[in-house]
Design a binder for this molecule. Structure first.
Ligand code: UDP
Length: 222
C-alpha cells in the first residue's frame, strides 16, 4: 500500500484524505448523515479495528488485514524523515502534543516539523488553518478524535494545494506515553478494544457501539 499507492502520490504532491475506519466510526457514519458524507469524501478508507475485519468476513467481502492508523502514522513519519518531507501535528491536549513533539524529535532527529498545535479549539477558528497553510506541510496528522478530526479536515481540505491529511485519534497520546497500546498478544486475539476499555473505563459507551456494530452485522441489519 505504501510503496504502490501512498508514496508515489506524495511524490507527485497530490492531496489525499485518509480515513481509518473502526466500528465506532462506521456506527457514527450510520447515525449521522453529515458525517457519512464526509467519510465518503475520503480518498482511502483503511480498515482499522478487528471488528471491521471480522465483519468483512461475515459479509463475504473479506478485507485482508487490519492496518492500525497508529502504524500508518509512524510509517509515514519515518518516510517523511527519509525524504525530507514536512509534517504538521494538530490535536490532543497542549501538554500531550508538546511531549509528543519531544518524543518525535528524539525518534526522528532529521524530521522537518512544520509545526504543531493542541486540539482544543473551535473548528471554525480560521487562525489555526491559516497558520498551517503558511507552513505548507506535506503531511498533516489530525488528532481530534472522531468525528471532530474528519470534520476539521473536510472543512479546510479544499484550501490546501497539497498534503496528506489523516485523522489519527489518540495516537499522540500513545507516543507521548499518556495511553499505552495493547500488548501484541492482546492485539492478536482481537482484544485491543478490551485493553483500551480497561485503561479508559469512561469509554464504555463507545464500546457498546462496537457490540451494536457486530450485532447488526450478524443479523444483517446495518
Ligand atoms: N481531542 C482533541 N480535541 C477535542 C477532543 C479530543 O484534541 O476536542 C484529542 C484527545 O485529547 C485525544 C484525541 O483527540 O488526544 C483522540 O481521542 P480519542 O482517544 O477519543 O480518539 P479515538 O478513539 O477517536 O481514536
Amino acid at each position: 500500500m505504501f510503496e504502490d499507492i501512498i508514496y508515489p502520490s506524495l511524490k507527485r504532491q497530490e492531496k489525499r484524505f485518509i480515513v481509518t475506519a473502526n466500528p465506532e466510526i462506521v456506527m457514527l457514519a450510520r447515525e449521522n448523515k453529515e458525517y457519512r458524507t464526509i467519510i465518503e469524501k475520503a480518498d482511502y478508507i483503511i480498515p482499522d479495528g478487528a471488528g471491521i475485519v471480522v465483519a468483512s468476513k461475515i459479509l463475504k467481502q473479506p478485507v485482508e488485514e487490519r492496518i492500525p492508523g497508529f502504524e500508518i502514522m509512524t510509517e509515514m513519519i519515518g518516510h517523511a524523515e527519509e525524504q525530507g518531507l514536512s509534517c504538521y501535528f494538530l490535536g490532543a491536549h497542549e501538554r500531550v502534543v508538546d511531549k509528543f513533539i519531544d518524543r518525535i524529535k528524539t525518534l526522528h532527529p532529521n524530521l522537518l516539523i512544520a509545526g504543531h498545535y493542541h486540539g482544543f479549539f473551535d473548528i471554525a477558528d480560521r487562525e489555526i488553518v491559516d497558520t498551517i497553510k503558511k507552513a505548507k506541510p506535506d503531511m498533516i496528522f489530525v488528532a481530534l478524535g472522531s468525528p471532530r478530526q474528519e470534520q476539521w479536515i473536510s472543512t479546510y481540505y479544499h484550501e490546501f494545494d497539497k498534503g496528506f491529511f489523516m485523522g489519527v485519534g489518540g495516537s499522540f497520546d500513545v507516543v507521548a506515553g499518556k495511553v499505552k497500546r495493547a500488548p501484541e498478544a492482546w492485539i492478536k486475539l482481537n482484544l485491543e478494544w478490551l485493553y483500551r476499555l480497561l485503561q479508559q473505563p469512561f469509554r464504555w459507551k463507545r464500546i457498546l457501539k462496537v457490540f451494536e456494530f457486530m450485532f447488526r452485522i450478524v443479523i444483517r441489519r446495518y
